[in-house]
Ligand binder design. Structure first.
Ligand code: ADP
Length: 335
């Protein structure tokens, strides 16, 4: 167990993460398009004095979906109720939450693509007609009692919009796709967080952290905290270029931002499977990780870097991946 997985550290880390969240659309760095679109949806709802349309936010983990959901609730001036797809195993789990909602509340369902089928069907009706049918009893004697719901706004978050069934996707009035952040945006995020955490940081130090953050604010903030530790223990407390490089090397985050899992995936793909194609499940077992983690956390970034291709026959390492590992790809078989 390292300091990132120790239970106490985790509570502390989560509290820090919460403290670093932007509180309004103006504080959100980057994602200009989604910000503009969302700003308009919220403004229009305000003018009409109605709850805003349901919002779906998609994109890889750590890009700001929860943050935006909290901002929507803050802008609407309503409490945010949080739940997640995996917690909604039965329709009853969802019914219990929905029946406790007040007029204009915002309900955030994280990982909405992992909801059970029964909960999903209940949600269709709730989203469209603000009504649920609560089934009492079982078998032929079961009766459905309709329950009216106050108007509310659902904010769904998913790492994979493509996994969402069409009927569910269609019930969202607005879908925002969050993109990986550009290095200069991450640099601004590092500066902002360093200011909030009161950590003296140079421009070069922030740029170094930003360039190794895989386009992801959550990672930028996490790396900043690790570099801060290093600066305080081994340096004079200032996050500068040298300190950032040494700290990130120590934590095995390479100059492109690849971490152990990313490199593990590439390594297994190249060394053990000759560059692929290899199926996702096999790859996940080989690196000792969950299928979802490999697919949703490691792969999008490797694909973006042009290191990995998803083909119908499986995952394939590109020549750039071989080069990054310092390996020579096997020569193509003679025709
Ligand atoms: P997700 O729900 O997509 O996994 P979060 O909303 O939890 O991501 O964001 C992770 C962290 O990254 C938050 O603590 C927040 O401080 C930071 N963050 C995310 N997006 C931004 C942004 N656009 N500007 C500044 N900080 C951000």
């Amino acid at each position: 167990m390292n300091d990132l997985t120790a239970p106490d550290a985790e509570v502390d880390e989560r509290a820090i993460e919460a403290a670093l969240r932007p509180r309004s659309l103006d504080e959100v760095v980057g994602q200009q398009r989604v910000r503009d679109q969302l700003g308009l949806v919220l403004e229009a709802a305000r003018l009409r004095e109605r709850a805003p349309d349901h919002v779906l936010l998609s994109g890889p983990p750590g890009l700001g979906k929860t943050t935006l959901a909290m901002i929507i609730a803050a802008e609407v001036g309503a409490p945010l109720r949080l739940t997640s797809g995996p917690a909604l195993t039965h329709a009853g789990d969802l019914a219990a939450i929905l029946s406790g909602m007040n007029d204009g509340d915002v309900l955030f369902v994280d990982e909405i693509h992992r909801m059970s089928r029964a909960a999903e069907e209940m949600l269709y009706l709730a989203m469209e007609d603000f009504r649920v049918d609560v089934v009492i009893g079982k078998g032929p004697g079961a009766t459905a009692i309709p329950l009216e719901l106050p108007p509310f706004t659902l904010v769904g978050a998913t790492t994979r919009a493509g996994l969402l069934p069409g009927p569910l996707r269609d019930r969202f009035g607005f879908t925002g796709h969050l993109e990986f952040y550009a290095p200069h945006e991450l640099e601004r995020i590092v500066h902002r967080s360093a200011g909030l955490l009161d950590v003296p940081t140079t421009g070069e130090g922030a740029a170094e952290i930003a360039s190794r953050s895989r386009g992801t604010p959550r990672i930028a903030n996490r790396l900043l905290r690790r570099v801060r530790d290093y600066a305080q223990v081994r340096g004079d407390g200032t996050v500068g270029l040298e300190v950032a490089r040494k700290a990130l090397d120590l934590y095995e985050v390479d100059e492109l931002g690849l971490d152990r899992l990313d490199r593990g995936v590439l390594d297994v793909l190249c060394r053990r499977f000759g560059g692929g194609p290899v199926g996702l499940s096999t790859l996940a077992v080989a690196v000792g990780e969950e299928r979802e983690t490999v697919e949703e956390v490691a792969e999008p970034f490797l694909v973006r870097l042009g290191f990995l291709a998803r083909t119908p026959r499986g995952r394939v390492a590109t020549p750039a991946a071989w080069a990054h590992l310092g390996l020579t790809p096997p020569s193509a078989p003679e025709p």
